[in-house]
Design a protein around this ligand. Structure first.
Ligand code: NAI
Ligand code: 13P
Length: 332
């Protein structure tokens, strides 16, 4: 690929820019703050988000979005889900004609209940075939340390997915393609909420049986919802479904799981946010939208609903856990 712009220099944006650079793709990273762009460009570091990682010398960085966008063949959007629309509206006039738009965010927009690819199409007027998403078991810290993992590049236009796949393929990062954007996006957004539930269980002192039960029943509700919205069931058994769910629910590196643990130990949402050092736990921001999306489509999502009620302060983590185990008995 000729050149890629990565907009957003948090943990994942910076790491994905490193992956692209390591794959030999010319890439410019846009950071909101000039000091972050400066540190990446001159010292090859992002002290706030990846303090222990030396970034490739070829990775360019700027705080000027126009500069990052000029001549880009693909634009990678690496912002928190609820911040995508306002920034994209701002960048829209500067997007190169026909550019591939790639979303890294794992969330559903509050209020509109739109997936990120839908927000991108709505704001930019791009056809759905121009929008790709990258989703899979991709904890940024491990990838920045070049530990091997796989992911999915999903796009309705297979050729665009292949172009992105080649642009980000390295000795430690293995992208597969898929045309099921709905399944990949919902897998990524919903697993954050299930990871909150798993973290909460850990915080309450529960062990691996509880965890495995939440992961498995979580996958059942993610799959029901995604299929109701048009996803292929097999996508949810793949990297962007089960793969990401298992990684996020099991890893102490996951911000969502850590946030859940804090809730399980009795912290309020505000206290848990502070303990997460201001980094985004997308499940907290998206759980109400996902719960509402499921309600509108007549899909039963008890774990997502339970997490939403805890995040809204309606019930305690302990109470909601008791409620879940005491739900009516039924066929698996
Ligand atoms: N960190 C990870 O391991 C992974 C994260 N993701 C997803 O990628 C997305 C971005 O996550 P991270 O990079 O990890 O988040 P982060 O919390 O590490 O960084 C967020 C970035 O967005 C910027 N930002 C925050 N508010 C903004 C605003 N109003 N306008 C412009 N920029 C703003 C921050 O300055 C920062 O650069 C999320 O949806 C997350 O779920 C997906 C896969 C892996
Ligand atoms: O999406 C992720 C791993 O695939 C990152 O999860 P957290 O946002 O919970 O850290």
């Amino acid at each position: 690929m000729r050149r890629v712009a990565v907009l957003g220099a948090g943990s994942w944006g910076t790491t994905f820019a490193k992956v692209l650079a390591d794959a030999g793709t010319p890439v410019t990273l846009w950071a909101r703050r000039a000091e972050v762009a400066e540190a990446v460009a001159r010292e090859h570091r992002n002290p706030e988000y990846l303090p222990d990682v030396t970034l490739p010398a070829e990775l360019a960085a700027t705080a000027d979005a126009d500069e990052a966008l000029a001549g880009a063949e693909a634009v990678v959007l690496a912002l928190p889900a609820q911040r995508l629309r306002e920034n994209l509206e701002h960048w829209r006039p500067h997007l190169p004609e026909g550019v591939t738009l790639v979303s890294l965010a794992k969330g559903v927009e509050r209020g509109t209940l739109l997936r990120m690819s839908e927000v991108i199409c709505q704001v930019t007027d791009a056809g759905a075939d121009r929008v790709a998403v990258v989703s899979g078991p991709n904890l940024a810290g491990e990838i920045a340390a070049e530990q091997p993992t796989a992911t999915v590049v999903a796009c309705r236009d297979h050729d665009r997915a292949v172009a992105v796949q080649h642009a980000c393929s390295t000795g430690y990062f293995k992208p597969y393609t898929n045309t099921d954007v709905v399944g990949c996006e919902l897998g990524g957004a919903c697993k954050n909420v299930i990871a909150l539930a798993c973290g909460t269980a850990v915080g309450l002192g529960y062990g691996d049986n509880t965890m495995a039960s939440l992961i498995t029943r979580g996958l059942a509700e993610i799959s029901r919802l995604a299929v109701a919205l048009g996803a292929e069931p097999l996508t949810l058994a793949g990297l962007a479904g089960m793969g990401d769910l298992v990684a996020t629910c099991s890893s102490p590196l996951s911000r969502n799981r850590r946030f859940g643990e804090a809730l399980g130990r009795g912290m309020s949402v505000a206290e848990a946010e502070e303990a997460n050092h201001g980094q985004v736990a997308e499940g907290v921001k998206s759980c109400d939208a996902i719960s509402e999306l499921a309600r509108r489509h007549g899909v039963d999502t008890p774990i997502v609903d339970a997490v939403r009620r805890v995040c809204d302060g309606e019930v305690s983590a302990k109470e909601v856990g008791d409620e879940l185990i005491n739900r009516e008995l039924k066929v698996e």
